[in-house]
Design a protein around this ligand. Structure first.
Ligand SMILES: CC(C)(COP(=O)(O)OP(=O)(O)OC[C@H]1O[C@@H](n2cnc3c(N)ncnc32)[C@H](O)[C@@H]1OP(=O)(O)O)[C@@H](O)C(=O)NCCC(=O)NCCS
Length: 140
């Protein structure tokens, strides 16, 4: 393995293929291209050039930040790649701060992946302070 963590989007085809491999919803090319082009920060992991994982942050560029598309293709899972992608993303987000500032990081954990995110300080919802996160699919 010659893993590289590159802060650059995968190609549209690579993105669609990684999504397919982890059973994420099929996206139209238009939606997928916009998702890549409009992200605040993307790290793509490559092994000898092949895209094997990625993570995206959507952001107002400041306070509210949403981590999504956290994925490592199955044959590369359980080797620490997901942890390293998230560690780098957290470091990047911290680098946007000045001393004493606070921002929020949101994410929606896939069922059963909560322990993976808890290691980084994410707290499950609902809890004694916060209500449940909520979402829906919107289709036209
Ligand atoms: C969630 C996901 C990104 C994690 O990626 P990953 O590269 O497998 O993550 P890691 O290898 O860093 O950690 C996964 C587990 O492997 C273990 N692990 C890490 N390095 C390891 C190694 N060298 N050898 C064996 N196990 C290892 C870790 O202990 C970890 O276990 P834990 O989750 O119980 O703490 C990946 O499983 C994935 O893409 N899943 C499908 C898509 C998905 O559900 N994404 C999340 C949406 S919220």
């Amino acid at each position: 393995m010659a893993l590289e963590y590159i802060d650059e989007a995968p190609t549209l085809e690579e993105y669609k293929e990684m999504r397919r491999q982890v059973n994420f919803m099929l996206l139209s090319d238009r939606i997928a291209a916009n998702a890549l082009n409009n992200a605040f920060h993307i790290t793509c992991v490559r092994d000898n050039g092949r895209a094997v994982g990625m993570i995206r942050v959507l952001s107002d560029g400041s306070y509210a930040n949403f981590i999504t598309d956290v994925m490592v293709i199955p044959e590369y899972q359980h080797r620490g790649i997901g942890t390293e992608m998230l560690r780098r993303t957290m470091d990047f987000m911290r680098s946007t701060l000045e001393e004493g500032e606070t921002i929020v990081l949101y994410l929606m954990s896939a069922s059963g992946k909560e322990p993976f995110y808890k290691k980084f300080g994410f707290r499950e919802r609902p809890n004694e302070v916060w209500g449940a996160g909520m979402s829906q699919w919107l289709t036209k």
